[in-house]
Design a protein around this ligand. Structure first.
Ligand code: ATP
Length: 349
């Protein structure tokens, strides 16, 4: 059991407030991703949980007990950092067993445990290797094994894969997720990469300027961002503020975009709404040009999809389609932009 409760955590560095009233209830065995841009407070929150930093105010409870009252080295936290610090004078096995040695575990038991963990992270047979003879991915595996050797109550990772190439990163994300599920250890993983968070988290917590903007499952934050910041961060792209006419017509700059039977049906007045790029369609411009006409600024291939960016005055809209067909529009073309308004939602102001 390791349920972690954060209550109104604040952290100031002099007059600068790095964390503003962060509250979060993390279930035992849950995999949480703290997601946000540079400087939003992710690492600070992780360091406070680990006991490397003290909060200015607020409380932390681990299974009901006050975590702040427990010394840093007694918190039984396993940590993996981006710039990992393996001990260069120890070999792989000794690195993994180090935390157990500090805890007074006898030699046979700690070396057995180190070998067991080497198998778990896919480095069987590398016990005696010097750490200088490992690749970046292998080093991160050793760091993970070392953090897990102490059977941590909390497993904390701070951008552990950001220095690795994309293929290896994806591979290790999947491995870590499987390992975490198997061990059932409560995990907090810091990242600024929404795709990484989407692929591994049970729940994503999006931080902005020291505050939680939204917390939810990957599907919830992807499909229904509740703030403009989250929508932008999750790549929603098409956010605009049309007028809703009494007859249900959604009007933007005098253009009738159609009606919705979805979440935005029944609105009146002006509201900010969002539509994901996969719910945008591009058509040839009609003769009378009554639709919303944009100019293609950019077309790019993103593996399985093609993204087209269009401008209408000073607004930008984004359309995506699967890349099994050639794009119909190229840079400089004009196209009519249609939104599937049944999939639009309101961004609360
Ligand atoms: P990144 O993704 O760039 O690592 P982050 O979200 O992890 O960013 P933090 O490292 O938590 O951000 O920092 C949050 C803010 O607090 C930043 O503006 C940072 O400059 C500031 N900060 C962090 N540690 C200190 C410190 N010891 N003294 C003063 N300011 C600090």
């Amino acid at each position: 059991m390791a349920q972690l409760l954060l209550q109104n955590i604040q952290k100031s560095f002099g007059s600068f407030q790095a964390l503003k009233d962060v509250s979060l209830d993390i279930a035992s065995g849950e995999f949480i991703c703290l997601l946000g841009g540079s400087g939003c407070g992710k690492t600070t929150l992780l360091r406070i949980i680990a006991g490397l930093e003290e909060q200015t105010s607020g409380r932390m409870r681990l299974d009901g007990d006050d975590l702040s009252a427990v010394d840093c080295h007694k918190r039984n936290v396993g940590m993996v950092f981006q710039s990992l610090a393996l001990f260069p004078h120890l070999n792989v096995g000794q690195n993994i067993a180090y935390g157990l040695e500090v805890r007074g575990v006898d030699k046979t038991e700690r070396l057995d445990r180190a070998r067991e963990l080497l198998d778990v992270v896919g480095l069987t047979g590398m016990f005696d290797r010097p750490v200088s003879a490992l690749s970046g991915g292998q080093r991160q595996r050793v760091a993970i094994a070392r953090a897990l050797a102490i059977e941590p109550t909390l497993f904390l990772m701070d951008e552990p894969f950001s220095a690795l190439d994309a293929g290896l990163r994806e591979h290790l994300q999947i491995e870590v997720k499987k390992l975490q599920r198997k061990l059932g250890v409560t995990t907090i993983f810091v990242t600024h990469d929404q795709n990484e968070a989407m692929s591994i988290a049970d729940r994503i917590v999006i931080l902005n300027e020291g505050r939680i903007e939204q917390a939810g499952t990957p599907t919830e934050v992807y499909a229904n961002p509740q703030t403009r910041f989250v929508a932008d961060f999750m790549g929603t792209n098409n956010i605009f503020s049309p007028e809703f006419a009494k007859d249900g017509a959604v009007m933007l700059d005098g253009v009738d975009l159609g009606r919705s039977t979805g979440q935005i049906a029944g609105l009146t007045g002006k509201h900010t709404i969002a539509v994901r790029p996969e719910y945008v369609r591009l058509n040839a411009v009609s003769k009378d040009e009554t639709g919303l006409v944009g100019t293609v600024d950019f077309v790019r291939l993103l593996g399985a999809s093609i993204e087209t960016e269009l401008s209408v005055g000073d607004r930008t809209f984004v359309h995506t389609m699967v890349s099994d067909r050639a794009p119909e529009f190229k840079v400089g073309d004009r196209a009519e932009i249609r939104f599937d308004l049944d999939h639009a939602w309101v961004i609360p102001s």
